[in-house]
Design a protein around this ligand. Structure first.
Ligand code: MFK
Length: 164
């Protein structure tokens, strides 16, 4: 590393994740994370908690994430899923990144309405971790689903990506 400064967020990930009890909220990936960071004014501000061996979040998309009038942009919905998957890593104790993400949009996701997100992981195979998630409306109807493959990386992946 020499004289280079290690990003404190990456250093924190490298130090490992603290245990989180069932029902407890996780810390954000970073203060500026567009999915969950409280300091990002453009972000979703997802608040994610442990639910058994999975994770869940209540979320309301707002006008900042408009696609068609009154409807959440599909990219914003995909971002919510992708960020939610990132919290499964806290449970797994692995550093990993999204290699692919497939979203099925089954019904429009309305703005300013509460939804429930839930994600679970499968068993790691090689460096691959399969994950899946659902988005349900207040009537408990599934309006979108997602599947992704996360690939396990080491901290150098993030320091390289950050140009450090
Ligand atoms: C706590 C940490 C929180 C982090 C923040 C979370 C935020 C939310 C999640 C994100 O937004 S992550 C950011 C978006 N993703 C990226 O920026 C990743 C960009 N891609 C890469 O850097 C590389 O492609 C990657 C590190 C993922 C893989 O490159 P490698 O050269 O290291 O691996 P390789 O391509 O050889 O494939 C690794 C494994 O994945 C498998 N694989 C590759 N593509 C696949 C595919 N499409 N489907 C299934 N498996 C696949 C491949 O067969 C192999 O399996 P095995 O290890 O079992 O042999």
């Amino acid at each position: 590393m020499g004289q280079q400064t290690v990003d404190p967020v990456i250093a924190g990930w490298a130090a490992g994740f603290r245990p989180v009890r069932d029902g407890e909220y996780f810390p954000p990936h970073s203060p500026g994370c567009v999915g969950c960071g409280p300091a990002n004014p453009h972000g979703l501000h997802l608040a994610v908690r442990r639910h058994g061996e999975g994770v869940q979040a209540e979320h309301t998309f707002d006008d900042r994430h408009t696609g068609a009038p009154g409807v959440a942009h599909g990219g914003a919905v995909a971002m919510a899923f992708d960020d939610l998957f990132g919290f499964l890593l806290y449970l797994l104790g692995e550093l990993a990144v999204t290699r692919d993400l497939r979203v099925s949009y089954l019904a429009p996701v309305r703005l300013n309405a509460a939804y429930m997100l839930r994600a679970d992981h499968g068993a790691r195979v090689g460096r691959r971790i399969p994950v899946s998630a659902e988005l349900r409306n207040h009537d408990n109807v599934v309006v979108a689903t997602a599947e992704a493959t996360f690939v396990v990386v080491d901290t150098h992946h993030f320091t390289r990506a950050a140009g450090r």
